[in-house]
Design a protein around this ligand. Structure first.
Ligand SMILES: [Mn+2]
Length: 301
């Protein structure tokens, strides 16, 4: 990783999740020193907590209830991340729940389209995030962002993402997926997204799989790799500070191996860190693990 400007942006949107609390993620991580962590590695960091676009909304209810709020957060983030990229900084977006990636990634895709950059998405997640409002049993919007970005699902999400914010499923690599709903699995399998279940990652080696993805990305003109890191990608024992932990996930060493490969590649241009819920992270173990991993991902050599 080369030393550069980092735009750290907190997006306290938690209404896409089934449990209350991920909206406190950005401020909790800020107070625990995430900005200082980047600065200690030599980065020039500017931090901003995005304001709530709909401050007078209804109280939190689980389910497909908060579409307007999610749309408003995503519209705001879509513009913000393009400004960060135009400013030649590396945006690190801190959620909030994973629904915000509809905003961040569509903004990245629009920026790449306008500047002739080639986007490759690495999505680390225990879940597919490939439900639509029709296939989802819970209605939680944080289970839908990747489907929407690939052009499936609710019309209002698709118009917010826009034509140039859409992502080609062939440019998406979903690693660590191990908890899919039946209909979601069907849609994902027919989508063209490259999926790498745990068995495949363990058989071929985490680093080898990612190296292969990144070497292909490098061959494209002006490569831009976006990393979407859902903390529940990690094994449940490391991801207690998330709303939907899933067992049999990557160990600390396996995630570290992935992050070392990304660091060495120098291809990372934008990133989301999502689903940190400080209300569930009693011993702040998940936050500590995240901070250690960020050092691996960003340390300057
Ligand atoms: Mn997710």
């Amino acid at each position: 990783m080369k030393r550069q400007k980092i735009s750290l942006r907190g997006v306290p949107c938690g209404v896409g999740a089934g449990q209350w609390g991920s909206s406190f993620g950005p401020e909790a991580l800020f107070k625990k020193g995430i900005k200082a962590r980047f600065e200690s590695m030599g980065f020039d960091v500017n931090w901003r907590l995005l304001p709530d676009p709909l401050p007078h909304k209804e109280p939190f209810i689980s389910g497909f209830q908060h579409k307007e709020a999610v749309l408003a957060w995503c519209e705001q983030l879509q513009k913000e991340i393009q400004n960060c990229l135009a400013d030649h900084s590396l945006p690190v977006i801190i959620g909030g729940d994973h629904s915000i990636s509809m905003g961040s990634l569509s903004g990245v895709a629009q920026y790449c389209e306008a500047n002739d950059h080639s986007l490759t998405v690495v999505w680390l997640d225990a879940h597919g995030d490939f439900n639509t409002s029709e296939t989802s049993q819970s209605g939680h919007i944080h289970g839908m962002p990747l489907a929407s970005l690939c052009g499936h699902g609710d019309g209002d999400f698709l118009s917010m993402i826009g034509k140039t914010g859409k992502i080609n499923p062939k440019d998406v690599h979903l690693l660590g997926v191990r908890d899919l709903d039946a209909q979601e699995e069907h849609l994902l399998a027919s989508s063209g997204v490259h999926t790498y279940p745990m068995e495949v990652l363990r058989l071929l080696g985490f680093g080898t799989v990612l190296q292969d993805i990144l070497e292909k990305a490098r061959l494209k003109p002006s490569p831009h790799v976006h990393l979407s890191f859902d903390l529940d990608f990690m094994d449940a024992s490391l991801a207690q500070g998330t709303g939907t932990p899933v067992p049999n996930g990557p160990t600390y060493g396996e995630v570290k191996e992935l992050f070392q490969v990304i660091n060495k590649s120098d291809l990372l241009k934008s990133m989301d860190i999502v689903e940190y819920n400080p209300l569930l992270d009693g011993q702040t173990q998940t936050a500590e693990v995240l901070f250690e991993l960020l050092t691996v991902l960003f340390s300057v050599s």
